[in-house]
Design a protein around this ligand. Sequence first.
Ligand SMILES: *[C@@H]1O[C@H](CO)[C@@H](O)[C@H](O)[C@H]1NC(C)=O
Ligand SMILES: *[C@@H]1O[C@H](CO)[C@@H](O)[C@H](O)[C@H]1NC(C)=O
Length: 160
Amino acid sequence: MLSLLVSAASGQEIVSAFPGQDVLLPCTYSRPDKLQPRATVFWRGKDDINVYDIINNEPDLSSQESRFNKRTRSFPVLYSQGNFSIVLQKVQLTDSGPYDCFILPVDFQLRVQLNVTANRVTGEEGPDTGRRSGSAAVRVNPLSLLLFLLFGKTVLLYEN
Ligand SMILES: *[C@@H]1O[C@H](CO)[C@@H](O)[C@H](O)[C@H]1NC(C)=O
Ligand SMILES: *[C@@H]1O[C@H](CO)[C@@H](O)[C@H](O)[C@H]1NC(C)=O
């Protein structure tokens, strides 16, 4: 089945995926009370390209880089909770790189590193078993279950 690895290394989120998968690029601000009444949030990729804008609590895709057209969504009902995470659909190798979430009213910046790696050989479970055996001491985060329920994918969250 599909898998997605998310790990936190030296304060930077790393999201790993295979081509064709949908990934969540997380960005949540823990003090949503400071974002009232409306927030403006910019998601930017490598070389400052426009991935997603939220302007005054409304998605605004008018300046979105064309290669992200129809491949992104956010969760407007969660903005009031400070959650400005976006989903990037059908990722490709070329989507790998840094994604920065800027929450303007509070000068908050979070970097998510997306790592799309070549797909496993069809019909083999090789990469999965390799990862599992290689990470015996790693704890699986309970968020995995939540992400599984939300996205119907096998998601493993590792904490270093
Ligand atoms: C933000 O929303 C996304 C989409 O529902 C969810 O997967 C994620 O867990 C949320 N983040 C937090 C910190 O609650
Ligand atoms: C991306 O994933 C591959 C395979 O899991 C790994 O070897 C590589 O170190 C990762 N790169 C980054 C920047 O995390």
